[in-house]
Design a protein around this ligand. Structure first.
Ligand code: ITT
Length: 209
């Protein structure tokens, strides 16, 4: 049987403000007391895994061991069918500026443009299907862990639209929708996103009954 969270504070092992906000909103109804890895000054471990599961576990385990508390990490990304699933686990890396592109940091407009440029090189009629993937990993300080995977299917649009959300939200149009994720208010995105899908599985196992 999977271990369940007790009454201890849960460390949210992300340094991404957009994710932190979404995870906080998704956990709020369950009365869990949370603290962020950033506010505990926990270092960011190198994400050396080849899969979302490996990277989510690296982050959750590092935070659980560094804090002595259970920790929840999210590894997520955009997988484009016509690009053989790229950028995938490298989604955040594609936004990192190179020395000649400006000050160090992430530039999401540039990252969305890279994906779009690669698609356009494949021709105007290329399949624009993609999905967002999210793996949530829970880890306890003694090494026990659980993982939950979620997906949101959609297509890529260009140019980017909307100002809500974060990351690649302005180019992602969820299946059956005309608006991008960045044109959905947070509560709406939380009902259909890859993170919400993974969260529903976590909630069913950790908080139900
Ligand atoms: P942490 O590792 O500290 O959690 P990160 O931003 O480095 O933060 P990832 O390595 O998981 O996180 O990178 C995933 C990237 O995928 C993330 O930076 C986002 O830009 C993008 N992404 C994930 N979920 C997204 C969402 O709901 N909407 C838009 N972009 C998303």
């Amino acid at each position: 049987m999977t271990r369940r969270l007790g009454s201890e504070t849960l460390v949210i092992a992300t340094h991404n403000a957009g994710k932190l906000k979404e995870i906080g909103a998704l956990l709020a109804p369950h009365g869990v007391s949370c603290i962020s890895a950033g506010s505990l000054s926990l270092p960011e471990p190198p994400e050396t895994g080849q899969t979302f599961v490996e990277n989510a576990l690296i982050k959750a385990r590092a935070a659980a061991q560094g804090s002595g508390l259970p920790a929840l990490a999210d590894d997520s990304g955009l997988c484009v069918d016509a690009l053989a699933g790229r950028p995938g686990v490298y989604t955040a890396d594609w936004a990192e500026r190179q020395w000649f592109e400006g000050p160090p940091g992430r530039d999401w407009y540039m990252a969305m443009g890279k994906v779009e440029g690669m698609l356009q090189e494949l021709g105007a009629s290329i399949d624009r299907s993609c999905h967002f993937a999210c793996v949530l990993a829970l880890a306890w300080p003694d090494g026990e862990h659980a993982v939950y995977e979620g997906r949101a299917l959609g297509t890529l649009t260009w140019p980017p639209r909307g100002t809500l959300g974060f990351g690649y939200d302005p180019v992602f149009v969820p299946l059956g929708e005309k608006r991008t994720f960045a044109e959905h208010d947070p509560a709406e995105k939380h009902s259909i996103s890859h993170r919400a899908d993974a969260f529903a599985k976590l909630v069913a196992e950790q908080f139900a009954g």
